[in-house]
Design a binder for this molecule. Structure first.
Ligand SMILES: *Cc1c(COP(=O)(O)O)cnc(C)c1O
Length: 403
């Protein structure tokens, strides 16, 4: 599992990343980093990782040509990388399998994690059950309410769910509380981080485990089309599904990489979570990256219709790719995302996650402006079953109309 974007010994992508953490955490992170370096190219580790990806999660996921949607839009071909078909319905499990296999090799008995939409919590609870480890998941109280079914799924698989009640009561607070708990019990506990964020080595580790998405997509596109795609498009919350798709294409300069952030209700402060588009560099949760700041320089309140995207920072590698001009970051609103949600459901019979709908929304805007020979690969990071209840409530409150 070798990587192709340079990172320095201290875990910096250019000026982004690093380890801005309390001193007690440094030895713990360094132990993790050494373990990751030791196993990432180890044949036995890779074989075990591949085993679970294949037999447990059902990989490889297909690359699917949306013929109906492509015809209706009348431009570039739109392919979906079907991460929604993974076990548990999203790309998250690629990463939880990888990290839990490291935890096993480190002899850890307990897993702690944080979760926003609940998808990472569910994937963590599942893989902890699989490996017979105890699992505690921290989740903002607001998200516990928004994603009741996911909370129940975690409990069914034996995890304990702790509601974070400070601040905005969303993902950021869940991360704060989970990190505080980790410092207390790091000897026997592994912190399983859900996105390509956090202090080194998490961003590089999560990218490595998620890079299976881009590797498969590249092979599949070469097989189906005989060439590379013109665009790779993915939604960006913390940035793990996007970096997983992008990493194998970074050196292929002819492939345009586009990350789509949520612009929520509007571009006003507090109405969105478009960190790379509207933020500035700063340090939060142990790493340097673009972030959305309030007037005091603290993490700003953020909002998106999708609980998996409302995070005021972003993976450091994306900040680096943005500054290099290698990837472009754009945004899609709640409205554009829900339009895309219905459009894919009705043209292809695939209900996308609201997160993924942001990437789709941009692809649907772009496709008609391109020639028919052009190829767009959209990462369909997850399925929308978890969002159906939320959409149904919005329709019954009159906030949305079923087209
Ligand atoms: C969690 C999640 C995301 C956002 O996380 P990234 O780390 O940015 O990928 C996107 N889509 C789905 C379906 C998710 O569950």
């Amino acid at each position: 599992m070798s990587n192709n974007v340079t990172i320095d010994a201290n875990g910096f992508f250019g000026e982004y990343g690093g380890q801005y953490v309390p001193e007690q955490l440094l030895p713990i992170l360094n132990e993790l980093s050494a373990t990751f370096e030791k196993y990432k190219d180890d044949p036995d580790f890779i074989q075990e990782f591949q085993y679970y990806l294949t037999k447990y999660s059902g990989r490889p996921t297909p690359l699917y040509l949306c013929s109906n949607l492509t015809e209706e839009l009348g431009g570039a071909k739109i392919y979906l990388k079907r991460e929604d078909l993974n076990h548990l319905g999203a790309h998250k499990v690629n990463n939880t399998i990888g990290q839990i296999l490291l935890a096993k090799r480190m002899g850890k008995k307990k897993i702690i994690a944080e979760t926003g939409a609940g998808q990472h919590g569910v994937a963590t609870a599942a893989t902890a059950a699989l490996m017979g480890m105890k699992c505690t998941v921290y989740m903002g109280e607001v998200d516990v309410e928004r994603q009741k079914l996911n909370v129940f799924r975690m409990r069914m698989m034996g995890a304990e769910v702790v509601a974070a009640k400070s601040g905005q009561k969303t993902l950021k607070e869940a991360v704060d509380e989970a990190l505080a708990a980790w410092v207390q019990e790091a000897d026997d506990t592994f912190y399983l981080l859900g996105s390509a964020v956090g202090p080194h080595p998490y961003p590089i580790m999560v990218r490595t485990f998620q890079s299976v998405i881009g590797k498969e997509a590249k092979e599949q596109c070469l097989e189906d089309e005989g060439r590379l795609p013109d665009f790779c498009i993915a939604c960006v919350g913390g940035g793990s599904n996007a970096i997983g798709l992008f990493s194998d294409f970074v050196d292929d300069k002819e492939v345009k990489l586009v990350g789509v952030e949520p612009s929520g209700r509007s571009l006003k402060d507090g109405d969105h979570a478009a960190t790379l588009c509207l933020g500035e560099p700063g340090i939060m949760h142990g790493f340097n990256s673009y972030m959305l700041k309030d007037n005091n320089g603290d993490p700003a309140p953020v909002y998106s219709i999708s609980a998996g995207l409302d995070y005021p920072s972003v993976g450091p590698e994306h900040s680096h790719l943005k500054d290099l001009g290698r990837a472009e970051y754009v945004h899609a609103s709640d409205k554009e995302a829900t339009d895309a949600f219905f459009k894919l459901s009705q043209t292809e019979g695939i209900i996308p996650a609201l997160e993924s709908s942001h990437a789709l929304a941009y692809a649907m805007k772009l496709a008609p402006t391109l020639d028919k020979e052009k190829i767009i690969v959209v990462n369909l990071s997850g399925r929308g079953d978890k969002d159906v209840g939320q959409i149904e409530e919005m329709i019954s409150r009159g906030e949305l109309k079923l087209p």
